[in-house]
Design a protein around this ligand. Structure first.
Ligand SMILES: N[C@@H](CCC(=O)N[C@@H](CS)C(=O)NCC(=O)O)C(=O)O
Length: 197
């Protein structure tokens, strides 16, 4: 199992997921800040856009952080980090796993750039609706599905931490506490140590 990664990027999600799943892996650094770099065929086979994270697992070559998290959870931790395929929680699990790329990131990017928003026209609503919905989802829970941590928390937790890092997280006790719980997990601590190293 090889993870193509770069520190302080969305690679953190795939790394965090590998650590939570307890899978052995090797890392290959991609210097995304060097636009002159020449990417290997294997990396481009996994990530045609040349973006990290990207994963190679034997014949499986893939990218997109949400897809990688789902792949790892189903392959190495079915019934734990991913609810089983016939578990009624599977639907909500998939909804929240996809919430980051489908809703959080486009609404963040819209707010960051100051683009005009329209919560009815845009599939992601707008930034405020995204935050309200996330808060409703987490209300009264430790993790997004309740008491049990899953890959959906890897995606949502990393996004909540990123929002706070970019000073975009509203003054919400609930969301700040969720970010803190995620950061306190030993697997996330390992990611932070790797980022530093
Ligand atoms: N939707 C992708 C986004 C991947 C992405 O944008 N990665 C950034 C780092 S966070 C990257 O590789 N940028 C370098 C580049 O575009 O050349 C995912 O969630 O994995």
């Amino acid at each position: 199992m090889k993870l193509y990664w770069s520190p302080q990027t969305r690679s953190a999600r795939a790394l965090w997921m590998l650590e939570e799943a307890g899978v052995d892996y090797e890392l290959e650094l991609i210097d995304i800040r060097n636009v002159e770099r020449e990417d290997s065929e294997e990396f481009l086979a996994a990530s045609p856009m040349g973006k990290v994270p990207a994963l190679v697992d034997g014949d499986v070559k893939m990218s997109e952080s949400a897809a990688i998290c789902l792949y790892l959870a189903d392959r190495f931790s079915a019934g734990d980090l991913a609810p089983a395929i016939d578990d009624p929680q599977r639907g909500k699990f998939l909804y929240w796993l996809m919430y980051t790329p489908a809703v959080i990131e486009p609404s963040m990017s819209e707010k960051f750039s100051g683009a005009e928003t329209n919560r009815f026209r845009s599939g992601w609503g707008d930034f405020d609706l995204m935050i309200e919905t996330l808060q409703q989802g987490l209300a009264g829970k430790t993790w997004i599905l309740g008491e049990h941590f899953t890959a959906a928390d890897v995606m949502l937790g990393s996004s909540t931490v990123f929002l706070r890092m970019f000073d975009m997280l509203p003054d919400s006790e609930l969301l700040n506490a969720y970010a803190d719980r995620c950061l306190a997990r030993p697997a996330y601590q390992k990611v932070m140590a790797l980022n530093k190293a």
